[in-house]
Design a protein around this ligand. Structure first.
Ligand code: DGJ
Length: 743
């Protein structure tokens, strides 16, 4: 095992109490059954069953993945699928769990290696397995050479979500080069009407849900940007044509990796649908000396028969209970204030103090100074990398501001972008060799900055020292950790030429280690993952960051669409949303303060407006709504989310409902975006309530139609529904239903 991978395992062992991040910190593992005679392996958890088997030739094939089977059901042993002619060798139409490139494979391999003698044939066969209680480990080996692969399967008992990963180990006596490596291949039952859904976008337009039919051929989703990417997120869902929001099968998967990744969804010649997810083979290779190994990222995959809503609810639960820091009980997100949109780079002690006083007055719990507090950072052109408090802006350092913020009863938080440097900075002048670069070639800038090479030991040591010092010397409760550009010229000149393309893996491993070490040294510290908005949201970084910045687009209407897409894959428990100024800086749209609040109250609530421009009535409205938010935030962040009316595709309306785990509280947010054609008032049927409990209705904002009952059973609210009065464009209402009694 390489140092890098060894450390990655240790990081996860330390954080999660298991190997390779797959053993769960709390809660039971799924039921694992192994039939030694037929070599059928079966995992049952939640409402799902996953089964695979070893065929007569030793190849490992998926046998079943879908709705839970009866415990007594026997799955037939694996057999190779036959093609319909000599053109289709069985290897290319069989549902392999983890195929090597070799033996005639013409579909996507999970692993592709080359040997020093030029051989590039890898034929992996089963050699053994270990049932570790909380996970199953399957050992494969090439038919001839000592290339060993360990596949890990860890299924969560509560949700049936399966965490899969692989480790390849070289015991050949010489080097091998890994050219392509997936975490897993997922094979779906046969069907001719599959649809693929994924999340795509751009800066200020992340998480747009896309759906298209799966047809013959391959469809590739990927990041080549060095970071997770706004353009496509590493999450997919495969559904049947008739699947809807609350009914029908959905198979889904998300790759926990914050660097270059690729998910390939393909239909083979006989109609079989396969999805493989892992490191992006683009510009990648990873050479392993004898005795070294490489671990894949983890692919988290689940199944729900309850539509996209059911799929996201179990995935949210899984993230709360298995992924997020402090799982299975992630901490509630405090209400924060962030100064970015109020001041941009014009940060001063007096200005921040004035904002802090006002923020405390409306009930903010965490005050965050964004970009511009350090070095010569007066714009995005200089100072990045110089993490020294600007004495021009803070003559006495950050101390007086932090002290006052704490006196006001708020925690203090700070923005950093540790992985980057402006060429116009002291750090770059001292260490021009610290950036990712190809010697003698241009160093392309984006936002006037370059990417520090975290694969270098000295860079990581420097960053740890600086960040540790910063957090230790101030009472910093939270860091907003930003990453504002895609990579270019991805060279690592200090490494040997045939080792340089390890960069894509080593960089991300080191980033995770840096975050983990900082958290270890400062156990109370919380971190937000931000990359020009939602460019680094994935289950890899989310193990190490309590919250994520969803988008720089804080327009409350656009944000509803972005939040809708986000919620298909990721939990509201980690999703941050801010109330900012109107008109919005991104699209100049004007909206009421109430509309902005109700849009932002659906995750972790932040205020990002310039409070110096607020009137008395704005402060009192904000104070009231923040007070209301604190009464419902546990339900919104940790409850079950029902997307009742979608805002997608220009829908004039939308609505979401969050129901607490004990079903004693439910919170409804309803929006009218466009009153075009004055269509009927909306009556919204709720979901997820206890039919026999009486719930009392209370408006947080807006109103129900005249004559609406004040109390009724869950059955009534779900069947009859609630008629909401919304008139005019960009109007919003919110209600809380509180369990009052049993019917
Ligand atoms: C990009 C982030 O997404 C913004 O919220 C802000 O922190 C800026 N960077 C600061 O440069």
């Amino acid at each position: 095992m390489t140092a890098t991978n060894e450390t990655r395992r240790k990081v996860f062992l330390g954080l999660l109490g298991g190997a390779a991040g797959l053993a769960f910190g709390g809660g039971a593992a799924a039921r694992v059954a192994v039939d030694e005679a037929s070599k059928v392996f079966r995992l049952d958890g939640g409402a799902a069953t996953y089964a695979f088997g070893v065929n007569a030739g030793g190849q490992v094939q998926t046998l079943y993945w879908g709705a839970a089977l009866a415990a007594s059901d026997q799955l037939p042993a694996a057999v190779l699928t036959e093609g319909n002619s000599s053109n289709e060798m069985p290897v290319s139409v069989s549902p392999y769990e983890f195929a090597g490139f070799g033996g005639g494979l013409t579909t996507e391999p999970a692993l592709k290696v080359r040997f020093p003698d030029g051989v590039r044939d890898l034929d992996l066969r089963y050699v053994g397995h270990q049932d570790k209680g909380d996970r199953l480990i399957l050992q494969l080996k090439d038919v001839q050479r000592a290339v060993h692969v360990a596949l890990t399967y860890a299924m969560d008992e509560a949700t049936g979500i399966l965490a899969r990963s692989a480790v390849v180990e070289n015991r050949t006596g010489s080097w091998i080069q890994v050219d392509q490596m997936a975490a897993a291949c997922l094979n779906l039952p046969y069907s001719d009407d599959y649809q693929l859904s994924f999340l795509s976008g751009r800066w200020a337009g992340e998480f747009t849900l896309q759906t298209r039919a799966i047809t013959p051929g391959a469809f590739v989703l990927e990041s080549r940007k060095g970071v997770t990417s706004h353009q496509v997120n590493p999450w997919i869902a495969i559904s049947r044509a008739a699947t809807g929001e609350e009914a029908g099968p959905v198979w889904f998967g998300a790759l926990g990796w914050s660097g270059n990744w690729r998910i390939s969804v393909e239909m083979d010649a006989m109609g079989g649908v396969h999805a493989s997810a892992g490191y992006n083979p683009f510009d990648f290779n990873y050479r392993l000396k004898h005795g070294e190994s490489l671990a894949s990222p983890v692919l988290h995959a689940g199944f729900s028969n309850e539509g996209f809503g059911g799929a996201s609810r179990i995935f949210h639960r899984y993230q709360r209970e298995k992924i997020l820091p402090h799982a299975p009980a992630p901490r509630l997100r405090p209400v924060l204030y962030n100064s970015w949109e109020a001041t941009f780079f014009d940060v001063t002690e007096a200005g921040q103090l004035a904002l802090a006083e006002k923020a405390a007055g409306i009930g903010v719990e965490r005050f965050v100074v964004d970009d511009g507090w350090f070095g010569a950072r007066n714009s995005d052109k200089q100072g990045l990398g110089d993490w020294v408090v600007s004495r021009k802006k803070f003559p006495n350092g950050l101390g007086p501001l932090v002290k006052r913020v704490n006196e006001l009863g708020m925690q203090f938080g700070l923005w950093v972008e540790p992985e980057m440097v402006n060429p116009d900075s002291d750090l770059y002048r001292a260490h021009p060799d610290w950036v990712i670069n190809f010697p003698g070639r241009q160093r392309s800038q984006a936002r006037n900055q370059l990417v520090l090479n975290l694969a270098r030991k000295d860079v990581c040591e420097h960053l740890l020292k600086v960040l540790d010092g910063l957090v230790a010397s101030h009472n910093i409760a939270y860091l907003k950790w930003d990453h504002n550009r895609a990579w270019s010229e991805p060279g690592w000149p200090e490494a040997a030429p045939d080792e340089q393309q390890r960069l894509y893996v080593v960089y991300v491993d080191k980033l995770y280690q840096l975050l983990a070490e900082l958290r270890r040294r400062h156990p109370k510290l919380e971190i937000e993952s931000c990359a020009s908005g939602g460019g680094r949201v994935d289950l890899g970084i989310m193990r190490l960051t309590e919250q994520v910045w969803t988008s720089d687009n804080t327009d409350p209407y656009d944000r509803l669409v972005i939040q809708d897409g986000y919620s298909h894959a990721y939990a509201p428990a980690a999703m941050m949303a801010w109330v900012t100024d109107s008109p919005n800086f991104v699209n100049k749209r004007e909206t009421s303060l109430e509309y902005r609040f109700l849009s932002a109250m659906q995750g972790g609530l932040g205020i990002g407006a310039n409070l110096n421009h607020w009137k008395d009535e704005d402060f009192s409205k904000a104070r009231r709504l923040i007070g209301e938010y604190k009464l419902i935030r546990a339900t919104v962040q940790l409850g079950n989310l029902y997307r009742l009316v979608s805002p997608r595709n220009g829908s004039p309306r939308s609505a979401t409902l969050s129901v607490s785990q004990d079903r004693k509280q439910a919170v409804l947010f309803a929006f009218l975006h466009s009153s075009m054609m004055r269509s009927a008032q909306q009556t919204i049927q709720l979901r997820g309530l206890d039919a026999d409990t009486v719930y009392a209705l209370r408006a947080i904002a807006g109103a129900a139609a005249p004559g609406t009952v004040a109390r009724a059973s869950g059955a009534y609210w779900m069947g009859h529904g609630l008629k909401v009065i919304l008139e005019g464009d960009f109007q919003a209402a919110a209600f809380v239903l509180q369990a009052a009694a049993h019917t």
